[in-house]
Write a protein that binds this ligand. Sequence first.
Ligand SMILES: Nc1ncnc2c1ncn2[C@@H]1O[C@H](COP(=O)(O)OP(=O)(O)OP(=O)(O)O)[C@@H](O)[C@H]1O
Ligand SMILES: [Mg+2]
Length: 140
Amino acid sequence: MRENWKGAITLSPEETIKLGESLSSKLEIGDIISINGELASGKTTFMKGVLKGLGFKGEVTSPTFTLVNEYDSIPKVIHIDCYRESDLNRWVGLGIHEYFESNSIVFIEWAELIKPLLPKELIEINFSHISENKREITLS
Ligand SMILES: Nc1ncnc2c1ncn2[C@@H]1O[C@H](COP(=O)(O)OP(=O)(O)OP(=O)(O)O)[C@@H](O)[C@H]1O
Ligand SMILES: [Mg+2]
């Protein structure tokens, strides 16, 4: 990541999308970002903003069931979710190391489940559900 980006408290989904857009301009090819947070804390909403910021026009969805979503934005974005699959060998078989080397930006939900596979230089963004419309999204 190029410069300081600290995150923010957001008061609506639209603000979370804007925050995602603000991160997108700071990302660099090869960045690997762990996105941590409970259900409905805004992770997928934030990803919509990141992809919007990178000029991607299509739909952005949760990778909960697909495990991996790939977006042909510039640079490419890979969005991985380890919640339903934490078997390290399975992830190696799915090519996780190739994703890390694929000239993309990689986001990983539930990254702690595959800790031994993660690179040392991991950017971590934490999402907290504060109240109905309030989320705290911070870089750790
Ligand atoms: N400030 C906010 N930021 C983001 N989402 C918000 C905010 N306020 C309310 N919401 C609502 O909270 C929900 C967030 O859902 P989202 O799918 O982004 O969460 P998630 O962290 O990806 O959840 P999951 O772990 O289930 O995939 C949406 O229904 C959204 O409309
Ligand atoms: Mg989600």
